[in-house]
Write a protein that binds this ligand. Structure first.
Ligand code: ADP
Ligand code: MG
Length: 202
C-alpha cells in the first residue's frame, strides 16, 4: 500500500485565480501546511482538453447535475433547467469549457500526507457563498449558484482540486507527462514524517 505521505493530487488555478493575482497566495496555503509541489506549469487549455478533464470520471456528470438540483431543492425551488441531472450537467460542462479556457491556468501536482483530502479541505466547497471562512474559496471569492445561473455562466471559484485518489491519478496523467513530475526530498520531511525527532538536537 502507498504510504499516505506519498499521496498526490492535481491542483489547477483557474483563469480567475491567475487574473486576480492569487497564484502566490494559493500556493502559499499548500506550502505552509507542509505539502510539496512536485510539478507545475502555466498554459492556456483548449475546450476539448477541458471536456476530457471533467469527463475522465464517468460519474462526474451525474454528480454535478444532482448537486445543482439539490441546491435548488434545499431552497424550496425547482431547478430552472431540468430535473434530469445529466441535462443539467450538459449545460454546466458547456459553461465550464468557456470558463477554464478564458485565460491562462496554473496546473500543479502536490504531494504529501493525505494530499487529496488536505487540499480539498484547504480549497473549500464548490459554491463560494457557502465555502467555510478560512478556505481558499471562502476567503478570496464571493460567487453563488444563484448569480452564475442568472448570468448563464460557470461558478467562479478560483481553483480545481481532485476529489479522490482515483480522480487524482487520472487527472495527473491527463495534465502531466511522467517526466514533468519531479521526485525530490524536502528538508522538512524529516520533521513532518520521521518516526523520531532525534536529529533535532544533533
Ligand atoms: P469542485 O470543483 O468543487 O470539485 P465539481 O467537480 O462539482 O466541483 O464542478 C466542477 C466545477 O464546475 C466547479 O468548480 C464550478 O466551477 C463549476 N460548477 C459546478 N457546478 C456548477 C453549477 N451548478 N453552476 C455553475 N457552475 C458549476
Ligand atoms: Mg470536482
Amino acid at each position: 500500500m502507498l504510504h499516505p505521505k506519498n499521496e498526490r493530487t492535481l491542483v489547477v488555478i483557474k483563469p480567475d485565480g491567475v487574473e486576480r493575482s492569487l497564484v502566490g497566495e494559493i500556493i502559499r496555503r499548500f506550502e505552509r501546511v507542509g505539502l510539496k509541489i512536485v510539478a507545475m506549469k502555466m498554459l492556456v487549455a483548449d475546450q476539448e482538453f477541458v471536456k476530457a478533464h471533467y469527463t475522465l470520471d464517468s460519474g462526474w456528470m451525474k454528480g454535478v447535475g444532482e448537486k445543482s438540483i439539490k441546491a435548488y431543492i434545499d431552497q424550496g425551488k425547482k431547478h430552472p433547467i431540468s430535473d434530469d441531472p445529466l441535462a443539467v450537467a450538459e449545460v454546466i460542462l458547456r459553461k465550464l469549457r468557456s470558463y477554464i479556457t478564458a485565460g491562462p491556468v496554473v496546473a500543479m501536482v502536490i504531494e504529501g500526507a493525505h494530499a487529496v483530502k488536505i487540499v480539498r479541505k484547504l480549497v473549500g466547497s464548490t459554491e463560494p457563498l457557502s465555502s467555510d471562512v478560512g478556505t481558499i474559496r471562502g476567503d478570496f471569492v464571493l460567487d453563488s449558484y444563484e448569480m452564475s445561473d442568472l448570468d448563464d455562466r460557470s461558478i467562479r471559484n478560483l481553483i480545481h482540486a481532485s476529489g479522490s485518489v482515483a480522480e487524482a491519478k487520472r487527472e495527473i496523467a491527463h495534465w502531466f507527462k511522467p517526466d514533468e513530475i519531479i521526485e525530490y526530498r524536502h528538508v522538512q520531511e524529516e520533521i513532518l514524517y520521521g518516526p523520531n525527532l532525534d536529529d533535532v538536537l544533533g
